[in-house]
Design a protein around this ligand. Structure first.
Ligand code: HEC
Ligand code: HEC
Ligand code: HEC
Ligand code: HEC
Length: 471
């Protein structure tokens, strides 16, 4: 996904849409978005004297279509990493042609001779603050009248991580630890010069998997149209890894209590976040939800919540957005973990630059997350989850990274055994977010709409369980 951050048709559509909605800020918006989505090209252009970088400039260079590439990451300087001033794409690229890496002893000649870069040890590549330069994003809040009235925390995985047990020394796991699988055996990292046999250790595989199967499929299926040189098989490999990640490492569910009271059944489903930040993570179009279905001995349905249509939309949603639930006792309620942005007057919005606040943020916090922990004013729990006594709390202890949803429904004289099936589902591009985007009519929006119509936006299964009730 990082290599395709500029080609990404969803990004391109959203960029044009934001510009269409706030045309007076066109130059500033394009320059800002391209800071992270075409970082190499923009850095080079600014270095060459361009005041601010534009989409039309980016469209002409391979430095843009290469997205977040090797030479960008490996030239990030260590100064200021982790500080506010480094966030929102304020990485600092040096001018001394040094390529920073994790090894203290490096054979430098081939790189000097072939590309005039000096490979150099840089402790920063191993630090979360390194990723935080682009993975912490504050966007300007543009009010109705066009004035900028503040800043909005659009993406904060690094700030969430700081407030997790993974940031503590006992339980330490960095972004790199989870997103770059490590090989501890010695690895021959270069085949040049041919006689060179030295090995290095450890070796970090550049997988960078997240959860975006939907756009990876789109990139794969539209390679020609998007001008991607990447063979289909490589996308397939990344898709496979991403699916594996989602259903093995992202989150899990379990049934923790079942109680039958005459004709009513109560089932408590617990969801546990296993990532190092909120789940779902990052960009506000993500969502995860619980689908639960109970059937009787003849497989007749007794209750269902969270069903979805063939195009991946959840049935019987509330007209604006579904609130957080503690108890679900009607089939038109569904537990959706998501962030919902509101503008300065508190109206729901899908426009990034209009977002002033979160009306809802019940994404599952990472293990260890405390309401009063570091940076919590930027990453708070918003909406009804804030008063849910079992959200991120177990035995009065904060920081469980879990939520318990109680399903309470009528058994309608059903005969046992009963089968309860629960699924945790994930979708990176929520239909509500896309519907809002598709209101605009720009070339990139139309292109994305076509690719979307041909794609498959059904959710990914993160975890599923079946529970049998026989007495
Ligand atoms: C998103 C940032 C990023 C990008 C893009 C990136 N790297 Fe890295 N690379 C890293 C980090 C971080 C490490 C070290 C991890 C650590 O020390 O925890 C690393 C380590 C390395 C190493 C040491 C050996 C190893 O893999 O551990 C080499 C060589 C390397 N990168 C080359 C490349 C090349 C070539 C590319 C482009 C094809 C590239 N990198 C793209 C972040 C990046
Ligand atoms: C304990 C392991 C762990 C740590 C630590 C961790 N992550 Fe993740 N991260 C995951 C898993 C698992 C996923 C896949 C689930 C998902 O997409 O939300 C993920 C997903 C992501 C995504 C993809 C979101 C998407 O929308 O596809 C991003 C971006 C990300 N992590 C960035 C980071 C950054 C930056 C850090 C360090 C501040 C970090 N992660 C630390 C485990 C971790
Ligand atoms: C120069 C900016 C930049 C840096 C530095 C950076 N990233 Fe990213 N990263 C991005 C952008 C932009 C995207 C989104 C691409 C898209 O979806 O179009 C992204 C996406 C991701 C994803 C999502 C993959 C998915 O399937 O959705 C993961 C995981 C991730 N980055 C991890 C990291 C880690 C770990 C580091 C630090 C070692 C890091 N990134 C450093 C800009 C950056
Ligand atoms: C500070 C760096 C940064 C800036 C600036 C930035 N983005 Fe991103 N963007 C990211 C990262 C990182 C991700 C991936 C997060 C994730 O996977 O959840 C992302 C993801 C996205 C996605 C989702 C892509 C997908 O494939 O699902 C869209 C759309 C997007 N950005 C649009 C924009 C627009 C429009 C702008 C300018 C208003 C912008 N971004 C500015 C870092 C940035």
């Amino acid at each position: 996904m990082m290599g395709n951050s500029f080609r990404d048709p969803f990004f391109r559509a959203k960029l044009e849409s934001e510009v269409a909605r706030t045309p007076q800020l066109t130059a500033a918006i394009e320059d800002k978005c391209l800071t992270c989505h075409a970082p190499m090209a923009r850095t080079q252009a600014l270095n060459n004297g361009t005041g601010s970088y534009s989409l039309s400039q980016a469209e002409t260079t391979v430095f843009a279509s290469d997205g977040v590439s090797c030479t960008l990451c490996h030239q990030i300087q260590k100064d200021g990493l982790g500080n506010d001033s480094s966030f929102s794409g304020n990485y600092n690229i040096g001018e001394e042609r040094k390529m920073f890496g994790p090894y203290k002893q490096v054979f430098v000649n081939p790189m000097i001779n072939h590309v005039d870069y000096l490979p150099t040890y840089g402790e920063q590549v191993d630090q979360p603050g390194f990723c935080a330069t682009c993975h912490t994003l504050f966007t300007p809040i543009v009010a109705e009248d066009g004035h900028i009235i503040g800043e909005f925390p659009e993406q904060t995985p690094y700030l969430e991580w700081l407030n997790s047990s993974y940031a503590s020394s006992e339980n330490y796991r960095s972004c790199q630890d989870c997103h770059m699988p490590r090989i501890d055996e010695r690895v021959k990292i270069s085949n040049r010069p041919p006689w060179y046999q030295e090995t290095q250790s450890p070796f970090w595989k550049h997988h960078f998997t997240g959860g975006n199967v939907f756009i990876l499929e789109m990139l794969k299926n539209n390679r020609q149209r998007l001008g991607s040189p990447v063979p289909e098989a490589l996308f397939e490999k990344t898709i496979e890894r991403t699916e594996g990640r989602l259903n093995q490492e992202a989150a899990e569910i379990s049934v923790v209590r079942v109680k039958r009271d005459n004709n009513r059944l109560q089932v408590d489903v617990r969801v546990t976040n296993q990532t190092g930040h909120k789940f779902p993570t990052g960009f506000p179009s993500r969502r995860a939800w619980l689908h639960l279905e109970a059937t009787d001995y003849q497989k007749r349905q007794i209750f269902e919540s969270g069903r979805y249509t063939p195009v991946g939309e959840i049935v019987s949603l509330d007209s604006t957005y579904e609130p957080h639930h503690t108890i679900i006792d009607s089939a038109d309620q569904v537990q959706i973990y998501q962030s919902i942005m509101g503008d300065e007057s508190g109206k729901m919005t899908g426009t990034l630059l209009r977002a002033a606040t979160y009306l809802k943020d019940n994404r599952l916090p990472p293990a260890g997350y405390q309401r009063s922990g570091p940076m919590s004013s930027q990453t708070g729990i918003k909406g009804k989850a804030a008063t849910d006594m079992n959200f991120n709390v177990v035995d009065n202890q904060e920081g469980s990274g879990t939520d318990i949803v109680t399903y309470d429904f009528d058994l309608k004289d059903a005969r046992l055994p009963l089968t309860i099936r629960a699924q945790l589902l994930y979708q990176s591009s929520s239909p509500w977010f896309l519907k809002n985007l598709f209101k605009d009519d720009t070339p990139a929006v139309s292109r994305f709409k076509e690719m979307y119509a041909a794609g498959d936006n059904r959710p990914m299964v993160v975890d599923q369980i079946t529970y049998e009730l026989s007495d």
